[in-house]
Write a protein that binds this ligand. Structure first.
Ligand code: AMP
Length: 466
């Protein structure tokens, strides 16, 4: 199948061609016609499947018809759980809509609200937002919902995990009854189904790459070792294999900070990204990682959710996640869009239960490799035989201990997480049509330009491509 068979305008097709996409991914092949038909859509698809273009492309097409956004109004609302995902979705909207006369804005907490209010004054076609900041803007009359034509809930499962259900319900209650609803989630858990019940009407259901499957292009191994040997083992692996770009997952923010320090002390340039970091620090860490200035990015699950780093070759699980499905998300950071990837998990004997849960969810035993010099003193027990997944009933997902809310409200500032720098890309009303034809990306708008000097410290990760 080709994109040209999908009833998309030539300007959208041209933006796709500039991105180098040859053919629609399976989710795109199903979601694009469904969204174009005006129907509600409920899609089970992980990050890495191309789901963002799956909803963005047809939405852009639909927006070409109809009335322009009135001041302080938006026509499409995309809700995301994290700031990083909001920024990424906003970047995709700008890229795919580069040649269209449409506008977009990205709003989230952790940065000043005033510039966002100013940007919303003229109205925008597509508003990408995290729930907390959106409610703050709504409460200050900066955004009105009466013109919303389409609502997208992106990574809805993660939004529920992060405790956004009340905000989401409040927002949904404020929207016009007549609208199209698109719900994207990695799983269709009972909680998601309950949310969907009050949201989507006779939806087209799409299921791609369900939660229990891991990308075939990712080579997965585990290295049994002891907990206290893990830090040295990581630096050994990085140096020995000459890994140049590694994303490492830790369970806690404290663990992420500690490992970053340990790696730095071993001469490996590393940065941590988690909910206690200011937005400026997170943005800078990601930007430096994308450009290769930082070799290792150490992240907690929530902070890493939605990170789209093209062709990431190496993911390391410093600890196994508590929730087995998070393992699938984590290793989905590598081997994306058909590229080869490698995921290594360092597993100590205490983690045998987590390992067995993961092996059950992915329905395969992970290959174990002992690393000479790092053999475990406390042997990792053998995994039990794998029982088939129960079919029919949805799998009960274990409740996850939420460390923090990444799509925080602006109250974060009051808590002392003051951003050290400003990044206009996170607040700007982006004129999609301004994009540079050559790069397929948009030019910064004039407001951003006038601030350029001030912002030079906060590099923009979302324009850094590799
Ligand atoms: P997503 O699942 O939306 O986060 O997209 C994952 C990655 O796949 C992104 O880097 C996209 O640029 C890329 N991508 C999306 N659609 C396609 C496509 N049709 N062909 C190749 N790469 C794609």
């Amino acid at each position: 199948m080709s994109f040209s068979s999908l009833a998309l305008s030539s300007k959208i097709l041209s933006a796709i061609a500039k991105k180098g996409y040859k053919e629609p991914s399976p989710i795109q092949a199903q979601a694009i016609p469904a969204v174009l038909s005006g129907k509600d859509v409920m899609a089970a698809a992980q990050t890495g499947t191309g789901k963002t273009a799956g909803f963005t492309l047809p939405i852009l097409e639909l927006l070409l018809k109809g009335q322009k956004a009135k001041p302080n109004h938006a026509r499409v609302l995309v809700l995301t759980p994290t700031r990083e995902l909001a920024a990424q979705v906003g970047e995709s909207v700008a890229t795919y809509g580069a040649e269209l006369p449409l506008t977009s804005a990205i709003v989230f907490g952790g940065v000043k609200i005033n510039p966002q209010m100013m940007r919303l004054r003229k109205g925008v076609d597509i508003l990408v937002a995290t729930p907390g900041r959106l409610m703050d803007l709504y409460n200050q009359n900066a955004v009105k919902f009466s013109q919303i034509e389409v609502l997208v809930l992106d990574e809805a499962d993660r939004m529920l995990d992060m405790g956004f259900i009340r905000d989401i319900k409040k927002i949904i209650a404020l929207l016009p009854k007549q609208r199209q609803n698109l719900l994207f989630s990695a799983t269709f858990s009972p909680d998601i189904r309950a949310l969907a019940k009050g949201l989507v009407h006779s939806p087209v259901e799409i299921s791609i790459n369900p939660e229990t499957t891991t990308a075939e292009t990712v080579q997965q191994t585990i290295i049994p070792t002891d907990k206290k040997k893990k830090s040295k083992l990581v630096s050994h692996l990085i140096k020995e294999n000459n890994w140049q770009q590694v994303l490492i997952f830790t369970r806690t923010k404290h663990g992420a900070n500690k490992l970053t320090k340990d790696l730095e002390s071993q001469g490996i340039h590393a940065a941590a990204i988690h909910g206690n970091k200011s937005q400026g620090a997170r943005t800078k860490a990601l930007a430096n990682f994308k450009t290769g200035e930082v070799r290792v990015l150490v992240a907690t699950d929530i902070a890493a959710r939605g990170l789209d780093i093209d062709q990431l070759p190496q993911v390391v699980n410093f600890e196994l996640p508590n929730v087995p499905e998070d393992y699938v998300h984590r290793i989905g950071r590598t081997g994306r869009a058909g590229a080869k990837g490698h995921a290594v998990s360092l597993v100590c004997s205490d983690e045998i239960n987590e390992l067995q849960d993961i092996e059950h969810v992915i329905q395969q035993h992970l290959e174990r490799k002992i690393e000479a010099g790092f053999e475990p003193f406390n042997a990792l027990p053998d995994s039990r035989a794998i029982k088939p997944l129960k079919s029919g009933r949805p799998q009960k997902i274990k409740k996850k201990k939420v460390e923090h809310k990444d799509g925080q409200r602006s109250g974060d500032n009051a808590k002392g997480h003051k951003p050290k720098s400003k990044n206009p890309r996170h607040t700007d009303t982006n004129k999609l049509g301004n994009s540079s034809a050559k790069s397929g990306r948009r030019k910064p708008n004039p407001a951003a330009n006038s601030n350029k000097k001030k912002q030079s410290q906060s590099a923009d990760p979302y324009s850094a491509t590799r």
